[in-house]
Design a protein around this ligand. Structure first.
Ligand code: BT5
Length: 252
């Protein structure tokens, strides 16, 4: 039985994410899922690869993982009931689902860092990339399973045992299926679980860099920050958690 057949055998029959395409190699699962969406695929498609030759991060950054060492997955979601201004909740839902999956394979509970990271301490375990394709959104997640770059972390280091990527995929898709459409709950769960809330942060957006105190996540999944002059809502950007002494505690 191949990986895709194993996933389908374990996944609930009513799960909406059952079109599993598990490839040995592609350039980027987000790129492939986006192209398939443009050609007519819709919610339910899941593209997984053992290896990516041009994995994407945000803002032209790269996601790098040796072949077979990571979960590299993209899922197509149709946020029919969600206005564009709230699409960050898709990243939040996949982050929560990835965190559930990490716990399900015995690697504990990583922290969610706004907007798109799973961290353990200050080490990055996983990153999420959401890209709009017409009325659909392709949400990709890369999670280190058996190796990680320097300063990052992988599941097998956390669990102390081999991790089955099929089990990880099944747990992620089951959790995501329960969360899609329950957007108020996604916002509440993300607000509660997000380690950025309560932190002194440096925020880098298209309009500049400033420091403030992250006070909450709003109902759209945006970060609410108290800066010296005003409380503002940050919809997109990079965030660094700062220690009182000024040392950065995370990276992206
Ligand atoms: C992200 O971007 O963290 C989103 C990563 C999404 C990757 C998945 S894999 C499946 C799907 N298909 C794709 O092509 N992409 C998605 P960002 O916040 O911009 O962080 C990127 C930064 O993370 C890089 O600049 C590196 O510093 C770091 N990085 C790269 N590879 C890493 C790894 N394996 N583990 C930890 N950090 C990594």
């Amino acid at each position: 039985m191949n990986h895709a057949e194993r996933v389908l055998g374990l996944l609930s029959p009513t799960n909406r994410f059952r079109q599993i395409r598990w490839l040995a190699e592609t350039d980027s699962t987000n790129r492939l899922a986006s192209d398939l969406t443009r050609e007519g695929a819709s919610q339910g498609l899941v593209v997984i690869a053992d290896h990516q030759t041009a994995g994407r991060g945000r803002l032209d950054r790269r996601w790098v993982a040796p072949a077979g060492s990571a979960l590299l997955l993209s899922v197509v979601v149709d946020p029919v009931d969600l206005p564009v201004g709230r699409w960050h909740l898709l990243t939040a839902a996949v982050g929560l689902a990835a965190r559930d999956a990490v716990a399900a394979v015995g690697a504990g509970w990583p922290q969610l860092k706004w907007p798109n990271d799973l961290l353990v301490g200050d080490r990055k375990l996983a990153g999420i990339l959401a890209e709009a394709v017409g009325d659909s959104v392709v949400v990709g997640v890369g999670c280190n399973v058996s190796s990680a770059p320097p300063a990052a972390v992988c599941l097998e280091e956390l669990s102390g045992a081999p991790v089955d990527r099929v089990a990880l995929v099944v747990a992620l898709l089951e959790s995501l299926d329960r969360r899609v459409g329950r957007w108020e709950q996604v916002a509440a769960d993300y607000r509660e679980g997000c380690a950025t809330v309560g932190q002194r942060v440096r925020v880098e957006t298209g309009s500049g860099v400033s420091e403030g105190d992250a006070v909450s996540i709003d109902d759209d999944g945006a970060l609410v920050v108290r800066f010296s002059d005003a409380v503002r809502t940050v919809h997109a950007g990079d965030v660094v958690h700062l220690r009182p002494g000024g040392g950065a505690t995370s990276w992206s």
